[in-house]
Design a protein around this ligand. Structure first.
Ligand SMILES: Nc1ncnc2c1ncn2[C@@H]1O[C@H](COP(=O)(O)OP(=O)(O)OP(=O)(O)O)[C@@H](O)[C@H]1O
Ligand SMILES: [Mg+2]
Length: 121
């Protein structure tokens, strides 16, 4: 699911409501992850934010390279029914490089993205 629009139209407000609904539904999803990307965000920063939510983020983990971090994130999320919500996207974000598995219908994975641009990227 994607949502785009100029600054201040209410994207984050709407997504917060959807986020809260997801966290209220007990038993449907294992984890609901909300990450704010912002302008110029690096993959390593996004991976660290996700790792915090998944309790992966030890000092040892922080020293791993981007592809090892992606493999770790992928391994954990692969076993979970997750909702992944990315707010304030300005540039293309490579979910595969971060380690986020593709959304699937069968085991209940959802990816929701908010774009700042007036046109979807
Ligand atoms: N449906 C609404 N009715 C009235 N005010 C609203 C509504 N939705 C959002 N607002 C208000 O509008 C302001 C901007 O909302 P929000 O931060 O959600 O926009 P945004 O689209 O995420 O902006 P940005 O692209 O800058 O992140 C906030 O002060 C919010 O409280
Ligand atoms: Mg916003």
């Amino acid at each position: 699911m994607g949502l785009h629009g100029m600054g201040g139209v209410g994207k984050t407000t709407l997504f917060k409501k959807i986020h809260n609904k997801f966290t209220e539904i007990v038993g449907t999803f294992d984890v609901v992850i909300w990450i704010v990307v912002s302008q110029g965000a690096k993959i390593s920063k996004l991976q660290e934010d996700i790792a915090q939510k998944l309790h992966l983020c030890s000092d040892e983990w922080k020293n791993k390279n981007t592809s090892d971090k992606a493999a770790d994130i992928h391994k954990v999320l692969k076993r979970k029914r997750f909702v992944f919500m990315l707010d304030d996207i300005w540039e293309k974000v490579d979910l595969e490089a971060i380690g986020v598995p593709d959304p699937t219908r069968d085991i209940g994975r959802k990816v929701a993205l908010i774009f700042r641009k007036n046109k979807p990227v």
